[in-house]
Design a protein around this ligand. Sequence first.
Ligand SMILES: Nc1nc2c(c(=O)[nH]1)N[C@H]1C(S)=C(S)[C@@H](COP(=O)(O)O)O[C@H]1N2
Ligand SMILES: [Mo]
Length: 320
Amino acid sequence: MHVIRRRGWEISEREATPEHIFLNRRTFLAGTGAVALAMTPELAAAQRIADLPDPSAHLYPAKRNDKYVLDRPVTDEKINTNYNNFYEFGSTKQIARAAQALKLRPWQIKLDGMVEKEQVIDIDDLLKKVQLEERLYRMRCVEAWSMAVPWTGFPMAKLVELARPLSSAKYVRMETFMDPSTAPAQRQRWYPWPYVEGLTMAEATNELTFMVTGAYGKVVKQMGAPIRLAAPWKYGFKSIKSIVKFTFTDQRPKSYWEALQASEYGFWANVNPQVAHPRWSQATEEIIGTNERKPTLLFNGYGEFVADMYKGLEKERLWA
Ligand SMILES: Nc1nc2c(c(=O)[nH]1)N[C@H]1C(S)=C(S)[C@@H](COP(=O)(O)O)O[C@H]1N2
Ligand SMILES: [Mo]
């Protein structure tokens, strides 16, 4: 018998979108179809009031830090800013327009849990306490595509310093805003909203771990403004967007994707081409905006910065 097997990279975009398939199945089961993508009156109103002048505009463009170099060209800005995962605004990649409803001010960030003193800090006060820089990082989505992004931001270690965690804190749990009137997909109650992610304290204070405030030299709503994570050695879903809360804890946080499908998405989610996702190979990646595929690199090529953190943890599920 001859079995025709498609290799990992032959799957169509629809199929290659794990998060997408999984969510669509749920949408289908719930029988609500594309309701989440419809333009609601609330969304239309939000778009009108969302376009106030950006008080952080003068901070851009920030000076590039040349330490972090790429092995490929930066992804074309138009392509990158129109190919996004931001499930709060829908389960397709074409959420750029809907995401313009996101109101970036006022934006308050809570620093709580195991800290010397809980704080609520306004994004503009936070921006006064940090030095923005630009870094070129690769970004590898678990769906086997990648980009190269000029992020603007500051080291997460700086944010941890400002939060003053207790020495007993082992993890940082991060949470995205919750506002179904702005982000209509958050009305879909069968998802574990709000989006949650977590890092160990060692990961959060690693020099690579970057709090991102902009990309391509400006604020870009659909890329997770006003503040998101970039942890470039991990699959893209770890890099949580539009964060409103950092909680220091001794409990390992359960992420949004882990809550949805623990058999496919774990806590560590470090990039490893040799460990396949349960439904496809991770050996290569489609470089978005080109017709090229490249072999995927262990730790997405960032092993020199991060590999040491995982010594002694070999028995854990580090690669999903
Ligand atoms: N809050 C939130 N953060 C998120 C997501 C999301 O849907 N919601 N998607 C994740 C996934 S799967 C990826 S690949 C990246 C995409 O970032 P980009 O749109 O800037 O490429 O954001 C991550 N952070
Ligand atoms: Mo992703």
